[in-house]
Design a protein. Structure first.
Length: 155
């Protein structure tokens, strides 16, 4: 640490200390994977791997407070990174959502007749955005693709 930074650190106010039972465990975990801001995908993946390891290890036994404190802080750091780097796109239109599902499943429009739509022309009109889905059609699509039927309805 350079001289200027060292001086600033020494002059910093002393906050009220948070008592962490089993400080050695907390410090050992922090040595294994330091609690610091996550800036890269590889750091994020390593952090998630550490979370999975701890959750798996303490799945069948009580998690000590020091481990819980460490894990809670690590989860906050992961969430902060993900919010900055993985913003969800705006809501996809219902027809675009169905098109994506059809493509992912390798299905054709005709595969939705008669289960979800009564005629192939209704599927075409829906996918073209010319006709909204009825509630009955949306429910059938939701059941077919195991998703919430509301995703097929216009707002």
């Amino acid at each position: 640490m350079n001289m200027a930074v060292s001086k600033i650190v020494r002059a910093a106010p002393q906050p009220k200390r948070v008592q962490i039972p089993d400080k050695e465990t907390f410090l050992a975990l922090n040595e294994k994977f330091p609690l610091a801001s996550i800036h890269t995908e590889s750091q994020s993946e390593a952090a998630v791997e550490m979370v999975r390891y701890l959750e798996k290890h303490f799945l069948t036994r009580k998690m000590p407070r020091a481990v819980r404190e460490y894990l809670d802080t690590l989860l906050v750091l992961i969430e902060e990174y993900q919010q900055k780097h993985f913003r969800l796109p705006e809501r996809v239109s219902p027809p675009a959502f169905l098109k994506a599902l059809l493509e992912m499943e390798g299905l054709q429009q005709s595969d939705l007749v008669p289960g979800c739509f009564s005629q192939k022309s209704l599927v075409s009109e829906y996918l073209a955005g010319k006709r909204p889905a009825t509630w009955v059609q949306a429910k059938a699509l939701g059941k077919r693709f195991n998703v919430d039927p509301v995703l097929f309805m216009e707002r």
